[in-house]
Design a protein around this ligand. Structure first.
Ligand code: AHR
Length: 335
């Protein structure tokens, strides 16, 4: 210790200046309100956001809403009381946020939604949104389905849609996007002809709430009351529900991936494994590894705030489509 003081003294004498003091800059505090933990996709999403923010020296206050809207509102109010510097929300539902967003505005705390959207009466209550394009995901699924039946012998393709939770943009936009491309006419080829495209009909919509057990339950009930042989396609809004549905189908003599085309969204490893064995035909990727995009947006916000530059309204996270054809090039994942 004495030696260190002597060294500092010598430094002071020889350089003729004070040793620079660098007071620790306090970290900015980000409150992250997550809707729940209904899937391993969601768990990975949460970890990815928290890890990347912490890597970038933000202090993260995390709250899990446990699939309860009221609880999530309370979590955001806790962040406001704590006077965090910015709030991230993955809402369980789109509506019912206006009052709490007003409170955040009064406290001058910016709010950015991640993954799912909030429908606010006044859109200026939200600073930005970071997430996949749910509509494009639905479009990609619809295209895969319609391309799979070009020139088939069928007059009509019957589709069972396994929907995620109601009142979320993930569900409404995926469904909307799916129907949009499904019903597009077959393209005109260079030789002036078009492929034959059968009529595509979503005959049934079931709600599995993005959860495996509910996906299994609703499909089991459907199988008990209807003939699944009449369905040509199962389009599911999430891997967890698809895995549940596959469990229900395994109790029948229908061969998933052969007798029934299976199209799912997300890209968890356990779904990729089923794609490899042919029980799933197509996975439309929705990225869970989003931490970089979120942390980058938060940093841009703080950097540009003083210069008055405004973040884009929507910042899209890219995704791709996995089929048997490109499976070999898909990197494995730990969720
Ligand atoms: O909001 C995105 C969806 O929510 C994911 O596709 C699904 O797995 C999750 O539960």
């Amino acid at each position: 210790m004495k030696r260190a003081i002597a060294l500092l003294f010598l430094l002071f004498i020889f350089t003729g200046c004070k040793a620079e003091q660098s007071p620790e800059k306090p970290s900015l505090v980000v409150g992250f309100s997550q809707s729940g933990t209904e899937s391993s996709w969601r768990k990975h999403y949460t970890d990815s956001v928290i890890n990347e923010l912490e890597k970038n020296d933000y202090q993260v206050l995390y709250r899990n809403g446990f699939l309860n809207h009221e609880r999530q509102l309370q979590d955001v109010r806790t962040f406001i009381a704590y006077k965090v510097d910015l709030i991230l929300i993955t809402p369980l539902q789109e509506d019912g946020w206006d009052a709490v967003l007003e409170e955040a505005r009064l406290a001058e705390i910016p709010v950015i939604t991640v993954d799912r959207h909030i429908t606010a009466k006044d859109s200026s209550l939200l600073t930005s949104h970071v997430g996949s394009s749910f509509k494009a995901e639905g479009n990609r699924a619809g295209l895969f389905v319609s391309n799979s039946f070009l020139n088939s012998d069928l007059k009509e393709v019957k589709i069972l849609e396994l929907m995620g939770s109601s009142q979320t943009s993930a569900t409404t936009l995926r469904s909307e996007g799916f129907k949009e491309t499904l019903n597009q006419p077959a393209v005109l080829k260079e030789d002036g002809t078009t492929d034959y495209k059968p009529k595509m009909t979503v005959t049934t919509q079931l709600n599995g709430n993005f959860m495996r057990n509910q996906g299994k339950e609703v499909l089991k009930e459907y199988i008990q009351n209807h003939d699944l042989n009449e369905i040509n396609v199962l389009f599911s809004h999430s891997d967890e529900m698809t895995l549940g549905a596959l469990e229900a189908i395994s109790e029948t003599d229908i061969r998933p991936g052969k007798d029934l085309l299976i199209v799912t969204i997300d890209g968890q490893q356990n779904a990729l494994d089923k794609l490899a064995t042919g029980q799933i035909n197509c996975i439309v990727e929705s990225k869970a590894e989003v931490g970089w995009y979120v942390a980058n947006t938060v940093t841009r916000y703080f950097r540009d705030q003083k210069s008055g530059r405004i973040l884009p309204h929507e910042i899209y996270v890219p995704g791709t489509v996995f089929t048997q054809h490109n499976l070999a090039s898909v990197p494995s994942r730990n969720y």
